[in-house]
Design a protein around this ligand. Structure first.
Ligand code: C5P
Length: 229
């Protein structure tokens, strides 16, 4: 696969025109774009339709989480946009995920394991007497049984999970070059580490969107992945 196709740029903007003009700038240099809640709550399905016109694969990061019927109907609504990927929280439970299999058509369902903003301390406060590792592995196991096509995790977890779930699509945020700012990312790894660990999609936002020269930043990410190839 061509190296640029690993890169899905996280377009965490609220403004539609800004999102469109930024996408025009990078569209020939990345494999896809990720649109999340920030974009969706402002611009809605019509905004996604506009971005679809750029011809790039769309990763719709809506992190759906509700009772099974509500999630199913919501997925039905966004399937009108034929996104390539939609995210749901694995903690929504077996039934919530399992019911999506029948309606998802070509769209891949990607399960969120544990938000990177949460850690062992948070789990303890929520009453879980085990750490992130066990929490994530239990969720992934249940998600796979229910039929998810892929999961989102930190690049650090991919290698271990890949041993048991080699056919899953692995999506990893938390990607930084050593020269990048970390922002609020905690568990970061390089693009090359993520690809070598078996990640299929690298979600990269601010190192590209906040860069003075986004194309140069993408080039550096590609060089990092291709290094020594
Ligand atoms: O940090 P960056 O801008 O590259 O973030 C890309 C994506 O990673 C975000 O759109 C968000 O979904 C996710 N993220 C995360 N943990 C954070 C910050 C962002 O998983 N602490």
């Amino acid at each position: 696969m061509e190296t640029k196709n690993y890169i899905f740029c996280a377009l965490d903007f609220s403004d539609l025109e800004q999102t469109i003009s930024f996408t025009k700038k990078i569209k020939d240099h990345v494999g896809g774009i990720k649109l999340g809640l920030e974009f969706f709550t402002k611009n809605g399905p019509r905004g996604v339709e506009k971005l679809k016109k750029m011809g790039l694969p769309i990763f719709l990061d809506l992190k759906l989480h509700d009772i099974p019927n509500t999630v199913k109907q919501s997925l039905r609504n966004v399937l009108d946009l034929s996104p390539n990927y939609v995210t749901v929280h694995l903690s929504g439970g077996y039934k919530m995920i399992q019911e999506l299999k029948d309606i998802k058509q070509e769209t891949k369902i990607i399960g969120i394991s544990l938000l990177t903003s949460l850690n062992d301390e948070d789990l303890k406060n929520m009453g879980y007497n085990f750490g992130q590792k066990v929490f994530i592995s239990n969720l992934v196991k249940a998600g796979v049984k229910a039929g998810v096509d892929g999961i989102v995790s930190s690049p650090k977890e991919v290698k271990e999970l890949k041993k048991n779930y080699k056919d899953l699509i692995f999506v990893t945020p938390g990607i930084r070059l050593s020269t990048d700012k970390k922002d609020d990312q905690k568990r970061i790894e390089s693009p090359r580490f993520a690809v070598q660990a078996g990640s299929n999609i690298l979600v990269i936002g601010r190192p590209i969107t906040k860069s003075k020269d986004p194309l140069k930043s993408i080039e550096k990410i590609i060089e990092n992945i291709d290094h020594d190839k």
